[in-house]
Design a protein around this ligand. Structure first.
Ligand SMILES: NC(=O)c1ccc[n+]([C@@H]2O[C@H](COP(=O)([O-])OP(=O)(O)OC[C@H]3O[C@@H](n4cnc5c(N)ncnc54)[C@H](OP(=O)(O)O)[C@@H]3O)[C@@H](O)[C@H]2O)c1
Length: 342
């Protein structure tokens, strides 16, 4: 499609507003393309995805949304329709995750985004626009977590690897990648009905959430895990860190159960445990490109489509509620259309 900038085309988006009484509302609205922020490249969005951070943005969380009105959506894939940057031309298939997208800048829950050229990644060969957003920010983050574990020298024969929040976006992709690479994956979930699904994805054993939520003040617990990917934070992360093998590594990316970390230094100074922090939004470009190559190639999740469900902009209120209450499974691909835009 040719996007005529001389016309003020209406764009459907999911807009978060703060009313004069301080109340935050979010709904589908139509804006003019001229309202999009300045940037080098205009992209027609094919898909975005729903991440935990997007749900926070939809509620106007001050840690994510800087100014109102705001369009959430920390990632998107689509086709370039207008470019002032020499590296991109109309028709190029691209993706964007992180940076300020959907946080400091309007994001992917819209039919179009305008972004700085340096945020753009060309769609890797072997991935469709839809597959790129089945991974989305969550899959990209899972790949960074696995990379941190591998970089610490932890191999499949080192021992079992724990994944918390295993049915969630980051967790499910992490289970699938680790399983594919031959690791013995122990998946932690609060969803009893999803045990078989997790086993098919790549988990060897399943644990309930209470099995990794130690309330004692013991500085160290029995050493169980060679590595772990934690999406949950709080007392769960503290439990996991106290349960690592000597020289184990925990890649920590999330906080769905809390931001605090009640811990002593003993896991670090007696067991040499590494706590690897994962920050996908500001991942340096060379690492970012390498990560997408892995996701499209050697780490490609088989049957990726089975992780996905689809939502339009109209479906977002229900999906946001689901992710914020810990009831989401896998990945939600967002098609930035409405019942009326088709
Ligand atoms: N650092 C980064 O760059 C980065 C990037 C992406 C995401 N994140 C963070 O990673 C976390 C997960 O993101 P996501 O998009 O994967 O979210 P998600 O799809 O909602 O997954 C989170 C999962 O955690 C489990 N869970 C929920 N509430 C819990 C609780 N109170 N206690 C224990 N487990 C709970 C649930 O899985 P089960 O039912 O299977 O237990 C849930 O599905 C979020 O905190 C997000 O902000 C960080």
């Amino acid at each position: 499609m040719v996007f005529d900038l001389s016309q003020s085309l209406p764009i459907a988006c999911y807009l978060v507003r703060k009313n004069t009484d301080g109340r935050v509302t979010a709904r589908v609205e139509t804006i003019s393309q001229e309202a999009l922020p300045a940037g080098d490249v205009l992209v027609e969005v094919a898909y975005s995805s729903l991440n935990y951070k997007d749900a926070m943005a939809c509620q106007g969380h001050p840690g994510v949304v800087r100014t109102f009105p705001h369009v959430p959506g920390v990632d998107c894939s689509g086709t370039v329709v207008e470019s002032a940057a020499k590296d991109y031309r109309p028709g190029d298939e691209v993706l964007v995750t992180g940076y300020e997208l959907g946080a400091g800048r309007w994001g992917g829950f819209a039919e179009y985004v305008r972004v700085p050229a340096e945020w753009i990644v060309r769609l890797p060969e072997g991935l469709s626009l839809r597959e790129a957003m089945i991974y989305g920010t969550a899959g990209f983050t899972a790949a960074q977590c696995v990379t941190a574990i591998v970089a610490r020298g932890i191999a499949p024969e080192s021992g079992p690897v724990l994944v918390t929040g295993a049915t969630g976006g980051v967790g499910s992709v992490a289970v699938a990648i680790l399983g594919k690479l031959g690791y013995e994956v122990a998946a932690v979930t609060g969803k009893a009905e999803r045990h078989d699904w997790l086993r098919q994805l790549g988990a060897r054993t399943i644990l309930g959430r209470d099995e990794v939520n130690d309330t004692s003040d013991r500085p160290l617990l029995a050493a169980r895990w060679a590595a772990a990917i934690d999406t949950v934070g709080g007392r769960v992360l503290a439990t996991v860190l106290r349960s690592m093998h000597h020289r184990g590594c925990v890649a920590a990316c999330g906080l769905v159960a809390g931001a605090e970390l009640p811990l002593t230094v003993y896991p670090f100074i007696l067991r040499g445990v590494t706590l690897a922090g994962i920050d996908s939004a500001k991942c340096p470009r060379p690492e970012r490109l390498a990560m997408w190559q892995k996701l499209a190639g050697p780490w490609r999740v088989e049957r990726l489509e089975e992780l996905a469900s689809e939502a339009t902009l109209d479906d977002l209120p229900d999906r946001v509620e689901r992710i914020l209450t810990g009831n989401m499974v896998g990945r939600t691909v967002v098609v930035p259309r409405t019942a009326t835009t088709g």
